[in-house]
Design a protein around this ligand. Structure first.
Ligand code: HAM
Length: 422
């Protein structure tokens, strides 16, 4: 065995896994486009500054998890640790703010974070990302939440839990942070080391600490939703009203604060059971200050990203079936070297005619080729031997019924096409 192995925390997605991937991507794309989202592809790497400024220098992502490198021109670049900052950068750079607003964009591709790998947590994962830029209306927050819920429902998921909170805005968040820090003053020597640090650098993050000693303290901590300014309170009330109107259940989670600094107002996650500790199948929220933080025009925004690896873990845990990859319609078997040119030619002709065709390579006995045709799930096998060639025909076996027919080579492609057309 080679001593080369894939890097820690990465996955090889083998052909047998691909039906899941294909199904999820196609399904999510179909629903996003139906809701008016357009695809945007952004680079896999961007300037390090973009993420530091966008996500926040005090966050775990920027502090510990970025794959940052210097290129040969001495530029500091980072493999994208999320989509949102890059999407907003592209929106500003390409003048999308002069288009009719809002602009709805979806993106998908690999994301890189240097995390401690475990089930459902990788150093390279894949996101399906949705953003609505240029809309202040809580109906935009609702649209993002409904779309992601519809994507999961269409995949056949059960027992998902929507977790919802509001983290306020620059007008009300600092006031709440002061109240939280004040509350924690009494417990400074009881909280874990991480929380002691968080209280200085990123106080809201104390609320999602997992350390046991911090749990009773978090349980009694003041709730941010009780300290929102009028605007944030009104926005949140309207969103909850819409969710109730549409009978979409959610849990108000006072501890949900998210790990990226750009959020204002709404934050949410969807949790799934049965896939271990890493249960968030998506996370998102509103980021009304991000465009300005990136030197763009004031542009409200709201979005979500779903982790495809976790979605596929849920599909497997819940026994969700996906359509298999199509098997070849025809397997071309060739007996004897003299028949090979005709086999190559027939294969090409069939493929040109749009028929999925597999050609057997190397000289092998017919039995071994028939076994292969079976394994590959072909519907028909065309057998070309010297005998058949001399008569200008091919022997065609229906692999399901076992029936065999002799068909003129000149008519064979049309014969097969007629029988295998979808
Ligand atoms: P996030 O919560 O950091 O949000 O990531 C979104 C989703 O990506 C998570 O809910 C999870 O499903 C998946 N994910 C994250 N890290 C990993 C990992 N190490 N391994 C496997 N899956 C992972 C964001 O990235 C925001 N940009 C979302 C957003 C878009 N907010 C507004 N717009």
């Amino acid at each position: 065995m080679s001593h080369f192995q894939r890097p820690t925390g990465t996955l090889d997605i083998l052909p047998e896994e691909q039906p899941y991937w294909r199904h999820v991507r196609a399904h999510a794309t179909r629903l996003a486009e139906r809701a008016g989202f357009e695809r945007l592809d952004v680079p896999v790497f961007e300037s390090t500054d973009l993420f530091a400024r966008g996500i926040g220098t005090g966050t775990d992502i920027v502090e510990k998890e970025m794959y940052t490198f210097c290129d040969k021109g001495d530029n500091s670049l980072t493999l994208r640790p999320e989509f949102t900052a890059g999407v907003v950068r592209a929106y500003i750079e390409n003048g999308m703010h002069v288009r009719p607003q809002p602009v709805k964009l979806y993106s998908t591709g690999p994301i890189f974070r240097y995390e401690r790998p475990q089930a459902g947590r990788y150093r390279q994962h894949t996101q399906f990302n949705l953003e609505i830029l240029g809309a202040q209306d809580p109906a935009a927050d609702l649209e993002i939440m409904l779309l992601i819920a519809d994507i999961y429902a269409g995949l056949g998921f059960e027992n998902l839990s929507f977790q919802l909170n509001s983290t306020g805005c620059p007008a009300c968040k600092p006031g709440y942070v002061a109240i939280l820090q004040d509350y924690y003053q009494h417990y400074r020597d009881q909280v874990c080391d991480d929380c002691q640090r968080r209280l200085e650098q990123n106080p809201l993050r104390v609320l999602d600490c997992k350390a046991e000693q911090c749990q009773p303290i978090i349980a009694n901590a003041p709730h941010i939703v009780e300290h929102l300014c009028d605007e944030c309170r009104g926005h949140f009330a309207l969103l909850r009203e819409y969710l109730d109107l549409l009978k979409r259940p959610y849990k108000l989670n006072h501890r949900l604060v998210r790990g990226l600094d750009y959020y204002t107002k709404t934050v949410f996650e969807v949790w799934a059971g049965g896939i271990g500790a890493q249960s968030a199948v998506c996370g998102g929220g509103r980021y009304d200050g991000l465009a300005q933080a990136l030197d763009g025009p004031p542009t409200p925004g709201v979005g979500v990203a779903a982790g495809l690896e976790r979605i596929i873990l849920v599909m497997k845990a819940q026994g969700v079936k996906v359509p298999p990859l199509p098997a070849p319609a025809v397997f071309v078997a060739c007996v004897g070297e003299k028949a090979r040119p005709a086999a190559v030619q027939l294969t090409d002709e069939l493929r040109q005619a749009g028929v999925a065709t597999w050609l057997a390579f190397e000289q092998r006995g017919l039995r071994s080729q028939m076994r292969e045709a079976n394994k590959r799930g072909a519907s028909y096998t065309v057998i070309l031997g010297e005998d058949e060639l001399a008569r200008g025909v091919g022997a065609v076996r229906n692999m399901h019924s076992g029936e065999q027919a002799t068909v003129d080579l000149a008519e064979l492609t049309a014969w097969i096409q007629h029988r295998t057309a979808a």
